[in-house]
Ligand binder design. Sequence first.
Ligand code: ADP
Ligand code: MG
Length: 338
Amino acid sequence: EHVVNKIAAGEVVQRPVSALKEMLENSLDAGATQINIVVKEGGNKLLQIQDNGHGIQKEDLALLCERHATSKLVAFDDLEAINTLGFRGEALASISFVAHLTVTTMTKDCAHGLRITYRDGHMDPAGPKPCAAVPGTTIMVEDLFYNMITRKKALRSASEEYSKILDMVGRYAVFSKGVGISCKRQGEARADIHSLANASKLDNIRSVYGANVARNVLPFEQRMGSGADLPKPMDTPCFMAEGFVSSADYSGKKSMLVLFINQRPVECGPLKRALEATYAAILPKAAKPFIFLDVRMPGPHVDVNLHPTKREVGFLHQDALIEAVRAAVEERLLASNN
Ligand code: ADP
Ligand code: MG
């Protein structure tokens, strides 16, 4: 049974960035307004995430790493789509099967923190130990895949794993308005990503993607149907999209589509290709676009059949939605180009 659990865990946690993404989402779910991430050796050695969220009650610590133990069933209920993108109560359980997991947490109404380690889905039988802490939760994941040699060998170099981490954290740093997110390598004074809780999305685009991008983006908005109001019949195309698209003056070398659908970062190849083609047709040089899109649609419209570890997403009325967004971007570009 243990081997089966370990293999299943390796499905959920494929590399450091996938473990970190689950933990970052947990911190956001916990209402954190500040999240600090520290990474050692691309996360192969250490992933640490500290948040100032609501913390974990002592009596919940025993169940934290039980498969399918989640405190979020109610919140998940109305957004079916999100179920398929995350894992209900599986992330921490999985991590505990393939790494050394230490949780330090403190709720606001408690005078001290609690620290506990987990292994193979269970907490240390000695139970949580009191410790000094500040309200919130810190999770440390050490020696990922220490017990799965083939997985460990399949990891890329520390710098490649770290760039995947920065890519993922950067997306959230821009998207998560009202939350400050930082990410740095252990031992470094300077953070590689540093967004501020009270900054605008454009400010955060500047700090994550640089002044050249921030200077050359146009705000963008488009909707179809009456927005993302729920519920909606399945046969009615309906979405709301807003974000930033690069103008004709932007000369990026690599195209970048940062896409969130219903608050989760996803990839959509067909949308990316349609937008790239539009830029290629309008802009004279080989300038590649930067596009940041926050799309909301009724949860049931997001394809529920895709595997949760795949970031590529499918949704109903895909062609209509892609064409609507593409046409609006085109119009925005043409208008600013004159
Ligand atoms: P899920 O997020 O699907 O519920 P996880 O395995 O990711 O499952 O987390 C299990 C539970 O641990 C969560 O439901 C939540 O109650 C708790 N938890 C995890 N991380 C945090 C955190 N940073 N702050 C507060 N609670 C957390
Ligand atoms: Mg989670």
